[in-house]
Design a protein around this ligand. Structure first.
Ligand code: GLU
Length: 275
């Protein structure tokens, strides 16, 4: 019996895209378990009222989850432990670059490394010596921690993941480059927290939108490095607006709460997104 999860960030109310994702996730759980997880590590963007708002949206849609929702903000110790494991392994390195420095470095390169969502980190801090790192730390500079994707891939060897929708996908460890696993202001990142929590919650079928396919390359690598089980994946199609743009928090008019207030029923809402 599958264990699935719906993992919204409480940075806004749910919109039609979330409704689609939650419903697909609920249906794929079948007679198994459907869990709710709040991805709320970014305290600069979350708002307390959205936890209850999201729960209300899901109840109204008839999508009920098992047990208490997990909050990632309660799990920071687990992420620190995982990061420490990677540090011992030598697969992460401290990065002191500011956003502006990274932009400048990329601008000066003849061929900046490109990923599916734009330029990748140029690797500036990868080569810092331990003396240079110590000097920066001693002067009070706070680092982010980045995955050393080359070292990581050398340890894990070739990897792939199984996606119910897209088949078997061989991972490209460099697809997103040396991603941040622990931010300067938040001692973790989306990638690290997701991988640690999917294992913690026993998720064996990860369902989410196709926009996160590139992230799965990083997640599979992290699972292998941390010795965590490999879930199956189902990356579903995305719901778009009339212009074909992916739905985002800016689409207030397509928020479930707004549509409900306008008198739409859950059935009409499902029909609108082709379900
Ligand atoms: N929190 C992410 C989002 O709201 C979902 C991440 C995931 O399902 O892995 O887009």
């Amino acid at each position: 019996m599958p264990v699935t999860r719906f993992a919204p960030s409480p940075t806004g109310r749910l919109h039609l895209g979330h409704a689609y994702s939650a419903r697909v996730t609920r249906e794929l759980a079948g007679g198994g378990t459907f869990l709710l997880r709040f991805e709320d590590i970014d305290h600069t963007r979350i708002r307390p009222e959205f936890y209850a708002g999201i729960e209300q949206d899901l109840h109204w849609l008839g999508l009920n989850w098992s047990g208490e929702p997990l909050r990632q903000s309660d799990r920071l110790d687990a992420y620190t432990t995982a990061l420490e494991q990677l540090r011992q392994q030598g697969t992460i390195y401290p990065c002191f670059c500011t956003r502006r420095e990274i932009q400048a470095e990329l601008g000066a390169m003849a061929a900046a490394p490109q990923g599916p969502e734009g330029p990748l980190y140029p690797g500036t801090c990868r080569g810092l010596s331990s003396q240079q790192t110590r000097a920066r730390l001693d002067s009070g500079d706070l680092p982010a921690w980045r995955l050393d994707s080359t070292k990581a891939a050398a340890i894990t060897g070739p990897l792939s993941f199984a996606d119910e929708h897209h088949g078997t996908i061989a991972i490209d460890p460099d697809l997103l480059g040396d991603v941040v696993l622990s931010r300067k202001d938040i001692a973790t990142s989306y990638h690290l927290a997701v991988v640690v929590d999917d294992a913690f919650q026993g998720i064996d079928l990860v369902t989410r939108g196709e926009d996160l396919l590139p992230s799965t390359h990083v997640h599979r690598l992290l699972q292998a490095l941390l010795g965590l089980p490999e879930p199956r994946y189902h990356h579903h199609r995305l719901i778009t607006d009339e212009q074909g743009r992916r739905l985002a928090k800016r689409h207030d008019s397509l928020a479930i709460a707004t549509l409900r207030e306008r008198g739409l029923s859950p059935e009409e809402l499902w029909e609108r997104i082709g379900l």
